[in-house]
Design a protein around this ligand. Structure first.
Ligand SMILES: *[C@@H]1O[C@H](CO)[C@@H](O)[C@H](O)[C@H]1NC(C)=O
Ligand SMILES: *[C@@H]1O[C@H](CO)[C@@H](O)[C@H](O)[C@H]1NC(C)=O
Length: 596
């Protein structure tokens, strides 16, 4: 556009002639790009497995709207998340970089942010695609889950907040759904915290008594202030775990509009309708475009909050109901794009942040998703089921319809793809791991630009994928795999989530090698006897790992013990701390406004 303008100002006498000439000489594709930047709609599911979607082979769950996107666009069958859990996977998605580069994956502490009032989160010096699109003239919105932190050092410094990461508008949940958010569910976080923190409570109480004794007997210089503070802290600590007030729910389960808390705690049964209304009004408000709308669903994460209209309607219990409700919401969003005449002007992308949650069970009832033919699931970084997710991209008129691409692609690819479509450039001062998808989607090239993909579990490299382009083989070498409990069950049912290191994993030397192009379910590891290239393949992968390691630099760890700890002074609170509670939504609507 700039060049066109330049051309016009230099030749103002004959603008029409010059413009015509200019357009005539420009390659067709460039013309389309210059003439309009597409709107971007990102639909990201939480914990949805690749086996839960109709167009990925599920014939008993109804996802007609995701299927419709695939029919009208491109379906990626080897679409890989950079991490098998929310916080790191989303950090990678937003930055186009492996989470280890931004310090957003486990080193010593937790694997995801566990408190809204922790101090870790997406570092302010990371540049999200939203930030670049904003600079390129896009109106940017995030509706739904964030889970990338909130404050750094001071109450309401909002250093990790979506509005500080390139979004003009935010409505949603800054944290993540946990079962504690729903009153009727057993509060899992509360229970685990209780068992863990009872020890600390006693230790702090002991310290307080020792200090009082020291003070009273004049044995050492201790200030009453310190004692009082410590005692108060411990008291808060204590009542929070042992009262029935539900502090964890009040502190973590909140909804915000930009910087304002709208509900604390949120009323789950109306969250999805409220989100959908917000999506519709965002699209209508910004239909002149260009806009970027990131709809980050709370579906299908446990506790599977589902409205009445969808409860008991699927063939797969509450989980299936929840999937079908999300698909219906996607349908409403596609409808609004149609009715506002935006379909051809909008690139719509659907994916899940990582694989389905196999260990989610309620007695014998499954509460988590299916990863189809793939081994493993959520929290498992190396096995395909943890990281291979549905990925569908539609841009009618610009991308082929109904095309299936089975080349390895990454969720991180969305970053450079969107940045280029918006006419921007990716940051040059850091490594970007994603690759522009457009040439592959359009069929201008046959192979994706990824030769190697690294599958990290926290800071531990669990596996590496090598796409050997000349032969078409997709090799995968596993250095570390989780120990399934019970043995042979295919998941870590006894621990709820498979760990990245320690007792719960097995190291492999030589690595377990599979060829996914022949054995996508990773059932039979290759050996030098069955695979003549065994040693050569491992050697090439080893070289790639060395090369990759040289690009890593140490960065502050966002999930360190200190950072993920709950900090009372960082607690967002819309009433008098610690009793945080308010409800600023106009009414108690629980019904969809546009059920059809
Ligand atoms: C479809 O999804 C449901 C729910 O996750 C699952 O139980 C079922 O096995 C899936 N079916 C197929 C054919 O993958
Ligand atoms: C962000 O800041 C940290 C701490 O100063 C630094 O280690 C890191 O390299 C910076 N990241 C980028 C992308 O500049």
């Amino acid at each position: 556009m700039k060049e066109v303008m330049l051309c016009l100002t230099h030749s103002w006498q004959y603008p029409g002639l010059f413009l015509a000439l200019y357009l005539l000489l420009m390659p067709l594709e460039l013309q389309a790009l210059v003439s309009s930047k597409p709107n971007i709609v990102i639909l990201l599911a939480d914990d949805l497995g690749i086996g839960d979607v109709g167009c990925y082979g599920n014939n008993t769950i109804r996802t007609p709207n995701i299927d419709r996107l695939a029919k009208e666009g491109v379906k990626l069958t080897q679409h890989i998340a950079a991490a098998p859990l929310c916080t790191p996977s989303r950090a990678a998605f937003l930055t186009g970089r492996y989470p280890i580069r931004s310090g957003m994956d486990q080193t010593e502490g937790a694997r995801v942010l566990t408190w809204l009032a922790g101090s870790g989160g997406l570092p302010p010096n990371e540049t999200t695609f939203a930030k670049i699109l904003q600079k390129q003239g896009y109106t940017t919105g995030l509706i739904g889950k964030w889970h990338q932190g909130l404050n750094c050092r001071y109450p309401n410094d909002h250093c990790h907040h979506p509005l500080n990461h390139g979004f003009d508008h935010f409505y949603g949940m800054p944290f993540s759904l946990i079962s504690d958010c729903q009153i009727t569910q057993p509060p899992e976080m509360d229970m685990s915290v209780r068992s863990k923190y009872w020890y600390y409570t006693q230790m702090i109480a002991l310290a307080v008594f020792t200090l009082i004794a020291t003070k009273l007997t004049h044995l050492g210089p201790v200030s009453w202030k310190i004692i009082l503070l410590l005692a108060l802290f411990n008291f808060l600590f204590f009542i929070s775990w042992y009262s029935s007030y539900g502090f964890i729910r009040h502190w973590n389960c909140i909804m915000m509009r930009n910087y304002d808390i709208t509900e604390q705690p949120m009323k789950l049964e109306r969250t999805a309708p409220l989100m959908l209304n917000e999506v519709i009004s965002f699209i209508k408000r910004n239909k002149q475009g260009p806009f970027l709308l990131f709809v980050s669903f709370l579906h299908v994460h446990t506790p599977l909050v589902t409205t009445e209209n969808f409860t008991g309607t699927s063939k797969h219990g509450l989980y299936g109901d929840n999937v079908e409700e999300m698909d219906w919401m996607i349908g409403r969003i596609l409808d609004i794009l149609d009715s506002e005449n935006l379909r051809d002007k909008t690139l719509t992308y659907f994916a899940s942040d990582h694989g389905g949650y196999l260990e989610a069970q309620d007695g014998n009832t499954r509460r988590g998703g299916s990863n189809g033919i793939y081994k493993g699931g959520k929290a498992m970084a190396g096995w395909e089921g943890g990281i291979r997710v549905p990925g569908v991209i539609r841009w009618t008129g610009m991308l082929p319809e109904g095309k299936v691409i089975s080349e390895p692609t990454s969720l991180m690819d969305i970053y450079p793809t969107l940045v280029h479509l918006a006419g921007g450039t990716v940051p040059q001062d850091r490594v970007i791991d994603g690759r522009d998808l457009m040439p592959l989607l359009k069929g201008l090239v046959q192979h994706s630009k990824h030769e190697f993909l690294f599958h990290y579990c926290g800071m531990h490299l669990h596996a590496v994928r090598w796409h050997q382009k000349d032969s078409g083989n997709i090799w995968k070498a596993h250095y570390v795999t989780p120990v399934f409990r019970p043995e042979g069950s295919g998941a870590c049912y006894e621990m709820k989530l498979c760990p990245c290191f320690g007792e719960g994993v097995t190291r492999h030397d030589p690595p377990l090698l599979f060829d996914l192009s022949r054995d996508p379910s990773e059932t039979t590891p290759l050996s030098p006897d069955t695979e003549p290239l065994f040693h050569a393949v491992l050697k090439r992968i080893e070289e790639a790992v060395e090369e990759h390691r040289r690009t890593l630099t140490p960065v502050p760890q966002q999930l360190s013990h200190y950072n993920f700890m709950w900090k009372p002074w960082l607690q967002p609170c819309c009433a008098t701390f610690p009793f945080c509670g308010c409800d600023k939504e106009k009414d108690d609507i629980v019904k969809w406004t546009t059920v059809g």
